[in-house]
Design a protein around this ligand. Structure first.
Ligand SMILES: [Zn+2]
Length: 260
């Protein structure tokens, strides 16, 4: 039965990887990535920390969230987002983290302490809003359901074929299939969230160059972040390079909307 479970898992994995992007993602070359690597290498290894009060952190998060939400409607309509209101909260916890469950965006103190400016905070919030605008969590849940059903079908088929009945194995298999689907956003979804963040920031009149430092900081911290959503985020030079490309794209865009 083990082989069948692995086959079911693989099928679920493949489905989970299917969650693509709605918009055209910036193309990045090796030269772009190399240039970004130099930028990352140029940033100090000893990242300065900011010790702000809870009130200061909360105010910064709320300010950025309001500005981005006010700038979002045209993008929401364009992306067919089911709603365009966002519940952004500050979490007083030292984990280096930011995440969304689809309806609630959490920004952790542990991440904020490494950020220099409201622009950088806005880039992170814009990324999480991007996941919500593009309905990435919903896509992920669909994949989880499909993964569970598929794992169950494969397992059931195997039981019929072998004449072996084991409801427990069937349940385990379905649960496994579902968990594979909810494991994380796909790389395309992460890149799309960054792209939408760039458009949101531009619409909110944030300085995109200044905001981009956050991806350099996260590249520096790659491997040092705790178990968090950021672990599944692309935090390398590739992300820095993609942001640079996104800036150029946003500046050249007449309607400040991404291309489908
Ligand atoms: Zn993300």
């Amino acid at each position: 039965m083990k082989i069948v479970s692995i086959a079911a898992l693989l099928a679920a994995f493949m489905l989970a990887g299917c969650a693509g992007a709605q918009f055209r993602l910036p193309e990045i070359s090796d030269a772009d990535v190399n240039r970004a690597s130099l930028t990352v290498a140029g940033e100090t290894d000893n990242l300065p920390k900011h010790y702000r009060t809870a009130e200061e952190n909360r105010a910064m998060v709320n300010r950025a969230a309001s500005r981005l939400e006010a700038a979002a409607p045209a993008l929401c309509v364009y992306a067919h987002a089911p709603r365009c209101t966002f519940n952004v909260v500050y979490v007083a916890d030292d984990t280096v983290n930011a995440q969304t469950n689809g309806t609630r965006i959490e920004i952790y103190r542990g991440l904020l302490q490494y950020l220099d400016s409201e622009e950088e905070v806005a880039a992170v919030i814009g990324h999480e809003m991007g996941h919500e605008i593009a309905q990435h969590v919903e896509e992920m849940r669909e994949n989880a359901t499909i993964g569970a059903v598929l794992a169950g079908i494969l397992m059931g088929g195997a039981m019929v074929a072998t004449g072996y009945q084991d409801p427990q194995a069937m349940n385990d298999s379905m649960r496994l299939g579902a968990s594979v689907g909810v494991l994380s956003f796909s790389k395309e979804q992460e890149r799309e969230a960054d792209l939408l963040s760039a458009y949101l920031l531009a619409r909110a009149n944030y300085d995109l160059q200044k905001a981009g430092r956050v991806w350099v900081v996260l590249s520096k911290m790659d491997g040092e972040t705790h178990a968090s959503m950021f672990d599944t985020h692309p935090a390398g030079p590739e992300r820095v390079a993609a942001w640079e490309k996104a800036i150029a794209e946003v500046e050249a865009s007449p309607n400040k909307l991404p291309q489908e």
